[in-house]
Design a protein around this ligand. Structure first.
Ligand SMILES: *Cc1c(COP(=O)(O)O)cnc(C)c1O
Length: 502
């Protein structure tokens, strides 16, 4: 009951703890459980539940081998005092709906954590879950977390794992392809167990290299001799995915408490998407009984998911664009593999073949019935750079509310798409503080942007009457501690060196 196996094969099963400790299945697939949807949450009970109660309930269902005490301790450590709001992920009404169909729109602010991006919700939790995976035969073994980041995962993972007992963390980011604030967040990270390194290449290059490092059996043997095992903090880890399911329920609970909907009413969620992790959590919530009319994938100019969702062909052979929404500049959307698994009714062989097609030829096409099932739940849209800037401006003009460029992709898509039939409210997931991208946001609002990003923060604060999060405003005073930059081919050696020095 509740066991996990690879999306690509049912041969080996493992517990949630083992799946979290390993990160990725040995055959390169992602861990899934066929128990998804067997236990649902009664929506009539949601209005009275706090974020902490919802987190305990959702994690208890999806990670069944953790004890109730373990889950409760993880939830308290992860969210007790680490987020700006007691709601953890507060829901804010927009004064004006982005379009004229009369359905109100709300913003779910996911960026109140220590690094000002939504990834904190999962990455404050993952180290606590990871710390409880040590059992008799692997007690004493050290874990080296290896992560490629498109900008936000890196810092959120560093903040979660810095000085975590028994763990080290190595983060690779594409040099020159993250915002200045994002880069400083990572290169100033303190902690004895922390390594940060730029990569000459883009995020997909770095992510693919990390997958090869995980698949390198000779490296694994050398590290095992030294008592170290590698694991992943990327959103392919079930320990990242599961905590994100909670805030879909929390959004619904807040809508109920605000009197915006009645229990059972359908809600539509629009999610700025890159690796498909955040929106997949919405699909899990739906399978667990949350009334979701539609999940809308919002992409930036790297619109590979839009093309897939409209044609059934996933083709990564296309130009890569560096945009103002770097955390969505992704051509290989890893978590889509889990969606394919569920849409194909657990057909591991099909998933394995599709993924082999992607690895070998750069593309795959899903059978028509699989596409139809996905389209049944998912809508999609995308925004180019001009549309992102216009959305930031429109949202400010209509609502006096400042959004970051990632959230702006979602805002633009909501402006374009009418609400799906039967939708009582729309929720836009806001994935980052606008102060993480002060230059792009101030520029979009037509404000004068000084050369320093920190001066841009001040300009933005004055013009909008908002306050930058303290952890971003104080970055410029921190010393840079990490200056390494390597080629993609040298990433494995970098990890090995860091792991052997743990
Ligand atoms: C990571 C990230 C996204 C994309 O999330 P996925 O789970 O990869 O789809 C969107 N916005 C921001 C700000 C992010 O950091």
């Amino acid at each position: 009951m509740g066991l996990f196996h690879s999306t690509r094969s049912r041969e080996a099963t493992c517990t949630a703890k083992q799946a979290i400790r390993r990160g990725i299945a040995p055959d390169g697939g992602l861990y899934v459980s066929d128990a998804l949807g067997e236990t649902t949450i009664d929506v009539a009970t949601l209005a009275s539940k706090s974020y902490f109660e919802l987190a305990r309930e959702v994690l208890g269902i999806l990670l069944p081998d953790y004890t109730a005490d373990e889950i409760a301790a993880c939830v308290e450590e992860a969210y007790g005092g680490t987020f700006a709001s007691e709601e953890v992920t507060p829901l804010v009404p927009l004064k004006q709906a982005p379009n004229a169909d009369g359905v109100s729109t709300y913003v779910l602010e996911l960026f109140g954590g220590p690094t000002s991006a939504f990834k904190d919700v999962a990455l404050q939790m993952l180290p606590r879950l990871m710390a409880r995976t040590g059992t008799g035969d692997n007690a004493g073994e050290k874990i080296m977390i290896v992560t490629a980041t498109s900008g936000d995962t890196g810092k959120a993972a560093l903040a979660g794992f810095a000085d975590a007992p028994g763990c080290g963390i190595t983060v690779f980011y594409p040099e020159g392809k993250v915002s200045r604030v994002q880069e400083l967040q990572m290169t100033t990270q303190e902690g004895a167990n922390v390594s940060v390194c730029g990569v000459r290449g883009n995020f997909d290059d770095a992510q693919s290299a990390v997958k090869r490092i995980f698949a390198d059996t000779e490296l694994a043997v050398r590290l095992a001799d030294a008592g170290v095992v590698l694991s992943s903090a990327n959103s392919i880890n079930v320990g990242r995915l599961v905590p994100q399911v909670v805030y879909y329920f929390a959004a619904y609970a807040q809508l109920l408490r605000a009197g915006a909907i009645k229990a059972g009413d359908a809600v539509e969620f629009c999610v700025p998407t890159g690796n498909f992790g955040d929106i997949l959590a919405g699909y899990y919530a739906r399978r667990m009984g949350l009334p979701v009319s539609r999940l809308i994938v919002a992409s930036d100019k790297n619109n590979v998911l839009f093309d897939f969702l409209t044609t059934g062909t996933y083709d990564r052979k296309r130009p890569f664009f560096t945009t103002t929404s770097p955390s969505m500049d992704i051509l290989i959307s890893s978590n889509l593999e889990r969606m394919l698994y569920y849409a194909a009714d657990g057909d591991c062989e099909l998933v394995a073949n599709l993924m082999a097609g992607l690895a070998d030829g750069g593309s795959y096409t899903v059978p028509a019935e699989v596409l139809a099932r996905i389209q049944d739940v998912f809508g999609c849209g995308w925004a180019d750079e001009d549309q992102v800037a216009a959305a930031i401006r429109d949202c400010w003009d209509a609502n006096a509310y400042v959004i970051d460029p990632h959230t702006a992709c979602g805002y633009h898509v909501l402006e374009e798409l009418p609400a799906s039939p039967g939708t009582a409210a729309r929720v836009l997931l806001s994935t980052a503080s606008p102060y993480k991208f002060p230059r792009a946001v101030a520029g979009a609002l037509g404000l004068f942007c000084p050369p320093s990003d920190f001066a841009c923060m001040d300009v933005l604060a004055k013009a909008t009457g908002t306050t930058p999060p303290a952890q971003l405003a104080t970055l410029q005073q921190k010393p840079t501690l990490h200056t390494d930059v390597v080629d993609v081919d040298a990433m494995g050696a970098f990890v090995e060196h860091a792991a052997l020095n743990l």
